[in-house]
Design a protein around this ligand. Structure first.
Ligand code: B12
Ligand code: SF4
Length: 538
């Protein structure tokens, strides 16, 4: 009997940019009695049905974008006599669908760190005892470290490590605050550092901090709690903020060649101390949800805490001044958008000096306020594509799936799509990339930057927003080749000698779940400085 974990994808590039973290976390959550799981990331290569045997357990993760392929994998596995278990954000929101469309035996909702182990144990004993294993929202100290020892090392450019889950904001297009909650759940910084040390040992120096919002407590939050004399709140917020600084202080002690990237709200631009700590921690870049460049646009997405106009450009430039590069994320297709919005947005992105940018089409993701509103609206006169209501768009085969779902008051979806495409082309034309690449320290880094910029643009063109299949095919071939070249640029020499600091006893307690494969901590005698590198005898 084997356990398989499958990350479904319709697009396989042979190389991927960022590791799908859930795969390696669930590997750690797999009971040892089941042996090491077989990990299949279909963004590299598709699953081989013959590898699945009767009685095997197949765990499949689905988010909305890959649900259709995920259900196909489930049906293949069930046909081959395997036990099929789904999890992930989409299975959490639409667990019934996994049974109806994906032939599930069971679904794990919420966090899988503990619940997956229960499901596997039950199946090993004969059969799943529950249809739904509700993993809920576990505490930060329960988050498992990933099994990086099971990762194919030559396939990914960046590894991903999560330091916090949940976000206190409530943007209308985002499901995170609803599924992961508005209460930030921080992982113990020691556990994060241990995992990063392990990754650097095996040759990863680029790491995405797969967090929803790396800046969970703003200066405004602290000021308000103080003004309201809410001491309990103030204490709680201060503790969260202090832990962030502790994490960054430890990250700063790691080898200097490490590069981190995270996701953060624009509010961090108000907090020079925080941005400086990020720079010192080698957090060289952050995805910032700019979304819209006008006040009306921001209001439409419940993101009034963002800036617009000149103040927006200034706020984003502040990040750069403090040494943190910005990947600006912009949404097109908001009801407030006009034809002029597209040019205004790309001009703003160029003016604000963002190092990378992504321009995504408005998509009502399940679990969001926008989705709820749209579903209610649609219930009056349901629109169908074939026999599928448009509000279940992820079930529509890719070839016939509309590019946009919510009608825009003044522009057609193809107009929005074409204008968006032009914005991508303008932001990622060679002269603009060349200009932006001046931020890199060496020629090698400059080359890497240029390749990565083009790759980023091509991967998007090949999957999400491109309009014709010829362009998609060409784009995929190009992306496959470029991805291989890029990976080499990101690879680092392994540092097997690197060690974590000797943490205090409290951290060594079982509930912090230091995984066995990381090996024991070195005692204080063996680690006179936080990070020692024992030179290898030649
Ligand atoms: C980091 C991240 C990214 C990164 C890295 C992606 C990658 N390769 O992993 C980048 C920036 C590339 C990215 C891109 C996108 N992302 Co993203 N991303 C995230 C983020 C912030 C964290 C994901 C993560 O690694 N978490 C850590 C792991 C350990 O947690 P987890 O995945 O939730 O898994 C746990 C449980 O869900 C469960 N579980 C998961 N799978 C399974 C499977 C089984 C069998 C079981 C039992 C349990 C289980 O157990 C795990 C451990 O507790 C999430 C937000 C979030 N909080 O989930 C958004 C999120 C997943 N992304 C989202 C979106 C929309 C996207 C994009 C479509 C954005 C865009 N417009 O382009 C793209 C799509 C990329 C793609 N093709 O997959 C949405 C998905 C919404 C939805 N309903 O599907 C989320 C939820 C954010 C949001 N704003 O709502 N993303
Ligand atoms: S978009 Fe970002 S800031 Fe808004 S709720 Fe989601 S994670 Fe939080």
């Amino acid at each position: 009997m084997s356990v398989h974990l499958v990350n479904p994808s319709d697009n396989s590039f042979g190389t991927a940019v960022i590791t799908p973290r859930w795969l390696f976390v669930l590997a750690a959550a797999t009971p040892s009695s089941a042996g090491d799981p077989i990990l299949v990331d279909e963004s590299l290569e598709q699953v081989t049905p013959e590898s699945i045997q009767p009685g095997d357990i197949v765990g499949i993760s689905v988010h909305t974008g890959n649900a259709l392929r995920g259900y196909e994998v489930g049906r293949i596995a069930r046909e081959r006599g395997a036990w099929v278990v789904y999890g992930g954000i989409h299975a959490t929101l639409f667990s019934e669908e996994a049974f109806e469309r994906g032939q599930a035996h069971a679904v794990v909702t919420g966090d899988g760190d503990i619940a997956w182990g229960k499901a596997v144990t039950d199946i090993l004993a004969g059969t799943p005892l529950q249809k739904i294993y509700d993993g809920g929202r576990i505490g930060g100290t329960e988050f498992l470290a990933a099994r990086w020892d099971l990762m194919p090392r030559d396939k990914y450019m960046w590894a991903s490590v999560q330091t916090i889950r949940g976000c206190p904001k409530h943007c209308s297009f985002c499901s995170v605050w609803r599924t992961d909650g508005q209460q930030p759940r921080q992982r113990a910084f020691q556990s994060v550092i241990d995992e990063i040390v392990n990754l650097r040992q095996i040759g990863f120096r680029f790491i995405a901090l797969a967090d929803d919002n790396f800046y969970p407590v703003t200066l405004t939050d602290l000021r308000l709690a103080r003004e309201q004399n809410n001491l309990t709140k103030l204490e709680e917020l201060t503790a969260i903020r202090a832990e962030r600084f502790l994490l960054m202080a430890e990250l700063a002690k790691l080898p200097k060649d490490m590069v981190f990237f995270t996701q953060i709200t624009m509010e961090a631009g108000e907090d020079g101390e925080y941005l400086d700590a990020m720079r010192k921690a080698n957090i060289k870049g952050a995805l910032v949800g700019v979304e819209a460049v006008t006040p009306e646009g921001l209001k439409a997405v419940f993101k009034d805490f963002n800036y617009s106009g000149e103040a927006l450009a200034k706020q984003l430039q502040t990040f750069k001044k403090h040494g943190v590069h910005v990947l600006g994320s912009f949404i097109f297709g908001l009801p407030t958008d006009k034809p002029a919005t597209f040019d205004a947005t790309v001009e703003m992105a160029l003016k604000a000096g963002v190092t990378f940018a992504q321009f995504v089409m408005m998509t009502p993701f399940p679990g969001t306020v926008d989705f709820g509103r749209w579903e209610k609206e649609q219930s009056k006169a349901p629109e169908m594509v074939g026999d599928i209501p448009i509000t279940r768009y992820w079930l529509i085969p890719t070839a016939t799936r509309p590019k946009m779902f919510t009608p825009h008051p003044s522009m057609s979806s193809s107009e929005i799509s074409q204008r968006t495409q032009k914005v991508w082309d303008r932001f990622y034309d060679w002269p603009s990339i060349w200009q932006r690449s001046a931020c890199t320290p060496t020629l090698r880094a400059r080359v890497a930057f240029m390749f990565l910029s083009k790759l980023y643009r091509q991967m998007y063109a090949g999957t999400g927003i491109s309009t014709d299949s010829a362009r998609r095919k060409k784009s995929k071939t190009w992306a496959r080749w470029t991805a291989r070249q890029c990976r080499k640029l990101f690879a680092a020499k392994p540092m097997p000698e690197l060690r974590s600091p000797a943490w205090e006893l409290a951290f060594s307690s079982a509930n912090l779940r230091r995984p066995a494969f990381l090996g024991p901590h070195l005692g204080p005698k063996e680690t006179p400085s936080p990070f020692i590198v024992i030179p290898k005898p030649d």
